[in-house]
Design a protein around this ligand. Structure first.
Ligand SMILES: *Cc1c(COP(=O)(O)O)cnc(C)c1O
Length: 405
């Protein structure tokens, strides 16, 4: 029978979905630009962007056009055959970055899994099988496979699943001395988010990123940047590493890469890629023509001065609106992040109210995110209309007033 004959609602979730999420009480059914509507027809402004994914808003006409035209042409070939959209997307990513070789996956975790395996494999082939230590950071997030939760290092995500991959060390973020204390010639990689996303919207400092590059060079280790959240224009540059004037060895990108269609990529150099051979790693869907065609269109639009320069102007509108709210309510200690990866940090008096504010915002018709219990996170479309920012911030102010009263 046709799917529309079966009535579903938020309650259905509790009966049919594995209980690993706690979704909002409403069910979105339609989106256009930065507006979303739920089953009851209530309208929301979207500052959450599907968790930094819908960088061109919902149902962008160019993405819809590509979805339709590629959808009528060729969806899938597997990795037994290559395809034109994947070859074009890889070529364009290479032209736009430090990279010379691309591996496609379907999610951020898969891109990171490929990156971590490549870093270990490269060290094993070029140096020694004992060069396997990975240095990562407190509050990091790299995905949900067993290797990526282990590199992420947060017990709440990695405990209870049996033995973890070994030889991974965690030290405080933005603390170069802590890295110096643990790095040695058995280190194969340092893995870092240039801007920690889930961990509280925390940018790496210039000294830190530069220092990590130098330490990697001294110890023949690879600098692996997880740009799953910070990449694809989110920071105001195509990739956040460009802000730091450093050249990474591997970067990963996902979330906004397909503008809402699942696709991810790991980018590296020819020299590092050259240790790989057919069969060493792979995935059935990776480089799927439908996903790659959509990502190519998203990249063509995002990687333009109009969109990238527009990020900072929109950031300013967000920051000044948040400062006005703060003058009225004295609720934030800091507004941080880069570009349109924004974190409003609740001050000590209002700590741990992030979830309440998120719920109150939804009631006012606004979708926001949290990053931990003390940070409200905004990751809207990179092309959100200024009028939508203004209206969304008016709703946000009403939500905060309700929470504080
Ligand atoms: C979201 C995220 C991931 C995981 O991506 P998935 O697509 O959920 O697997 C990895 N790293 C960072 C920095 C992220 O923000």
């Amino acid at each position: 029978m046709a799917a529309e004959n079966l009535a579903v609602s938020r309650e259905t979730f509790d009966n049919v979905i594995l209980p690993v999420y706690a979704p909002a009480q409403f069910v979105p059914v339609k989106g256009k630009g930065s507006r979303v509507w739920d089953q009851q027809g209530k309208e929301y402004i979207d500052f959450s962007g599907g968790i930094a994914v819908t960088a061109l808003g919902h149902c962008h006409p160019a993405l819809v056009e590509t979805l339709k035209s590629q959808g009528e042409t060729l969806w899938h070939t597997s990795n037994v055959f290559t395809n034109e959209p994947a070859l074009r997307l890889a070529s364009k990513l290479i032209a736009a970055t430090f990279a010379e070789r691309v591996f496609f996956g379907n999610s951020g975790a898969e891109a990171n899994e490929a990156a971590f395996k490549l870093a270990r494999y490269y060290a094993c082939k070029k140096h020694s099988p004992f060069k396997s230590k990975i240095i990562a950071f407190h509050n990091a997030f790299h995905g949900r496979t067993l290797f990526t939760v282990s590199v992420g290092g947060q017990p709440k995500y990695s405990d209870g699943f049996g033995p973890k991959p070994a030889d991974i060390v965690h030290v405080p973020f933005n603390d170069l001395a802590a890295v110096k204390a643990v790095i040695d010639d058995h280190t194969c990689a340092i893995v870092v988010e240039p801007i920690q996303g889930e961990g509280g919207v925390m940018p790496a400092t210039q000294e830190f990123m530069q220092g990590l590059r130098e330490l990697c060079d001294q110890h023949n280790a690879l600098l692996v940047l997880d740009e799953v959240q910070s990449g694809m224009g989110r920071s105001g540059k195509l990739f956040a590493y460009e802000h730091y004037g450093i050249k990474p060895d591997i970067i990963t990108t996902a979330k906004a890469l397909g503008g809402g269609f699942p696709v991810s990529a790991m980018l590296t150099t020819h020299e590092i890629a050259s240790v790989m051979a057919p069969g060493v790693h792979g995935t059935t869907y990776g480089g799927n023509p439908l996903a790659c065609a959509i990502a190519e269109t998203a990249l063509d639009i995002i990687n333009t001065p109009e969109v990238l320069n527009g990020v900072d102007a929109r950031r300013e509108q967000f920051v000044s609106a948040l400062q006005k709210i703060n003058e009225q309510f004295d609720i934030f200690s800091e507004i941080r992040g880069k570009g349109l990866l924004l974190g409003a940090v609740l001050n000590a008096q209002h700590a741990s109210k992030a979830r309440d504010i998120l719920n109150a915002s939804a009631a006012e018709g606004l979708m926001v995110l949290t990053a931990g219990s003390d940070v409200i996170r905004f990751v809207p479309s990179l092309v959100i209309e200024p009028t939508d920012i203004a209206e969304g911030m008016a709703r946000f102010a009403r939500a905060i007033a309700k929470v504080l009263n």
